[in-house]
Design a protein around this ligand. Structure first.
Ligand code: NAD
Length: 472
């Protein structure tokens, strides 16, 4: 399989003519050769996007027509969902059932934003002067959209769909490890009627391509999902030309299990809340906080659930966990499980080839331990006992992150008290889900700022203009 860049909707080689190999994590073998964008390609893509924005072919189409393009894209994604899911499963090392769910989510996100352009409303504002003041939401301009390798198609859709719905033009920089579905989705959008110039996709190394994009003063908006470390650099670079920035960064979320919870449900759902996507999930509930009086019962149920987890070939319908994305990632994850680590539960994992690591539960862990403080981004969970509600809240908040989390209890008032006290952007009660197409997603503290999904994402892709019309 060979892939070119997408420049303003057209396929093109990189200016340098360079290519790189994309590897299939379950085998460690190359699965595609992809054109490698560099600084010159970033400049070209931003030039095309800013000319297209100035020409206005996209932002001046009617809201209804813009919506139709996105709705048509959603339809095409559904028609091709099995091919896209297989591509995502192979490239990301994801279980095929999970990849099918992700592609279905991508179609739903385009459908949601397909309905949005006709509902982007302004306001009339009561003012003291004689006249009327009204507000308009206008597109920001050229958007640089930078995505990680863990949910390549999903996170691309969270950025591309609202950016386009609001009338912007965009350049998407997918992670080098997983560019394949993003390139396919750009093709789908062109087929759905997106005007030329509106969208480019530039696979290539972040340090050169993404840096060239975000330091270009013609870029008005940067939406970045990735590590907190790189997010910090993105903010610094964006500051040079005051580009608008939204950041979705790392996490170290708490799964708080009280003794009065349905412990079987909490324990049977806990493994996939950490080991789903092999733990490479910013929402992973990798700190499992358990009320001490229920610890033994919970650990027994958790042991059964972790050992039942099916780890193996991503393309097998029964697989629940695949390999890690790369050898480097496996090495990093292994560093959190030294020989003297308190391993309480270890699941299965194939020997190789591929980048496998067994689902691992450390217990008991102190919230001060490295495994409990740092984002591991692999299938390693820490069980941290607590004495009472106050300690549960203190431990849940004792982290630099604040992205996701869960609370398990049968006491509704306690659930809401704890939910209000936990400093995190997305929380579920008696469930471990984090993502819903129509509700805001994003972090507190060093997990970033700005919200994706739902109507809140409008703030990321529009500027508000106030117009005063004098009537005197
Ligand atoms: P990463 O920060 O290494 O890379 C993310 C993207 O940034 C990639 O496209 C990469 O090429 C690019 N990049 C690399 N160096 C850059 C630089 N100097 N300037 C600009 N861009 C650069 O992250 P990753 O390893 O791909 O993904 C894992 C991280 O992403 C984890 O920390 C995870 O928590 C986070 N993440 C967050 C969310 C969320 O919504 N909060 C979702 C998924 C992943």
């Amino acid at each position: 399989m060979t892939e070119q860049l997408v420049l303003g909707g057209k396929r093109a080689d990189a200016v340098s003519g360079e290519t790189f190999e994309v590897v299939e994590p379950s085998t460690g073998r190359p699965m595609a050769t992809v054109a490698q964008a560099g600084q010159e390609d970033a400049k070209r893509a931003v030039g095309i996007a800013s000319e297209a924005f100035a020409d206005g072919d996209w932002r001046r189409t009617t809201a209804r027509e813009r919506g139709h393009v996105l709705l048509r894209a959603a339809e095409l994604i559904r028609e091709r969902s099995e091919d896209l899911a297989r591509l995502e499963a192979r490239n990301g090392g994801k279980p095929i059932t999970a990849a099918r769910g992700e592609i279905s989510l991508v179609a739903n996100v385009f459908e949601y934003w397909g309905g949005a352009p006709t509902k982007i409303l302004g306001e009339t504002v009561p003012i003291a002067q004689p006249g009327i003041d009204l507000t308009l939401r206008e597109p920001v301009g050229v958007c640089a959209l930078i995505t990680p390798w863990n949910f390549p198609a999903v996170i691309a859709s969270w950025k591309v769909a609202p950016a386009l719905a609001c009338g912007n033009t965009a350049v998407l920089k997918p992670a080098s490890q997983t560019p394949l579905t993003a390139l396919e989705i750009a093709g789908v959008l062109m087929e759905a009627g997106l005007p030329e110039g509106t969208l480019s996709v530039l696979p290539g190394p972040g340090a050169t391509v993404a840096t060239a994009l975000i330091s270009d003063p013609r870029v008005s908006k940067i939406s970045f999902t990735g590590s907190t470390e790189v997010g910090r650099q993105v903010m610094q670079t964006a500051a040079q030309h005051i580009a608008r920035v939204s950041l979705e960064l790392g996490g170290k979320s708490a799964n708080v299990v009280f003794a009065d919870a349905d412990l079987d449900r909490a324990a049977s759902s806990a493994p996939l809340a950490v080991f789903g996507n092999a733990g490479q999930d910013c929402c992973a509930r990798s700190r499992i906080l358990v009320e001490r009086s229920a610890l033994d019962r919970f650990m027994q149920a958790l042991d059964d659930a972790v050992k039942a987890l099916k780890v193996g070939d991503p393309l097998d319908d029964k697989t629940e966990m695949g390999p890690l994305i790369s050898a480097d990632q496996r090495e990093k994850v292994a560093s959190y499980v030294p020989d003297d680590a308190p391993v309480a539960i270890r699941g299965e994992a194939p020997d190789g080839p591929g980048y496998w690591f067994p689902p691992t539960v450390l217990s008991p862990v102190s919230n001060d331990d490295r495994a409990a403080r740092e984002e591991i981004f692999g299938p390693v969970a820490s069980v941290i006992p607590f004495a009472d509600e106050a300690e549960a809240v203190r431990l849940a908040n004792d982290t630099i992150y604040g992205l996701s989390g869960s609370i398990w209890t049968r006491d509704g008032a306690k659930a809401l008290r704890v939910a209000r006290a936990v400093e995190t952007g997305v929380l579920s009660i008696n469930s471990n889900t984090s993502v819903r197409v129509a509700t805001p997603f994003g972090g507190f503290k060093q997990s970033g700022y700005g919200r994706e999904l739902g109507p809140h994402a409008l703030d990321a892709y529009t500027e508000v203009k106030s117009i005063y019309y004098a009537t005197s």
